[in-house]
Design a protein around this ligand. Sequence first.
Ligand code: SAH
Length: 347
Amino acid sequence: MILLQDMTQTELTDYITANFDVKPYVAKQIFGWLVKNADFDDMNNLPKSLREQLKLQCVAVSAKIVRTLTSKLDGTQKFLFELNDGNVVEGVLMNYKYGNTLCVSSQVGCRMGCKFCASTLGGLVRNLSAGEMLGQVLAVNALGSGKRYVTNIVLMGSGEPLDNFDNVVKFLRLVSSPEGINISLRNVSLSTCGIVPNIRKLADMKLPVNLTLSLHNADNEQRKEIMPITKAYSVEDAVEACRYFFEKTGRRINIEYTLIDGQNDSYSHALKLASMLRGISVHVNIIALNPVMETGLKGTSERCLKQFLQYLEKLGVSATRRRTMGQDIEGACGQLRRRYLEGNNGN
Ligand code: SAH
């Protein structure tokens, strides 16, 4: 089955006019419906016979919201999206003063093996297509009135976006296309554990997204313990690739630093981090680990977190604490999907 949300307006027009006996304006009408996340039965300005023919060959909607949890603390919403093959991925919608940020998944599961992350526990199931990433945004947009409900996107859901490079780049093109939902890439962040060649490839494409490097430890030996990707690409190489990205795009780099109790939260860790980042235009986001039952790792205490921030301040590193949101709804990567799968298996 062909997923229509995978296509740009031009691709859709070519496909529809080549396969169905219709004029290009009909393809435009269909594209308008797809952006609204409508299914064929809702496309009421198309002849019924055409809709029936379309159903035989293609699919309109790629991600359906099958579960929603809303935080009582801050209104953050967590969604479970079901894809057409029955796989599920998660998304989180956070409300800020400036708009609504949706955290989108790029893969079902993940093969990066980070020790603290729930998404990787069952390994990689499969990559998401561009349309399946877009579909998450369209499904959430459809909850609001008008097409601008989601204003910002972070590729920080399950999966490693740079391990699904081509589909992610296509997604970036789809989501920012003026005929579609037209979200500026300046409002899109891509977070990576540090797949160096693909950071460089992305930089060469000069797509003005915000790049976030999940660093969590500036010492190679220690980082290898929690993030196996370090065995392939060192911290130095990852940071150098980020510098290259900044040179090519002019976009400041964000560093994600999750504090794990007793593992990466001492003064010497702050010192190492500061020296690693010297001379680069970066901002560090600090967050305490969101404990995942299966990992046995604990988040750093409130007191140590504040102290770590002070260390960085003294060392001249631009850093803020990232607000933890949705703590009561298993906000961290992959947790809800695991519960869902466990629940289904238990039935
Ligand atoms: N694979 C990409 C994007 C998905 S993870 C990456 O590594 O950046 C998104 C962010 O959530 C990463 O910074 C990741 O390290 C962090 N993360 C994963 N599990 C977490 C947890 N339990 N607590 C806090 N942060 C977590």
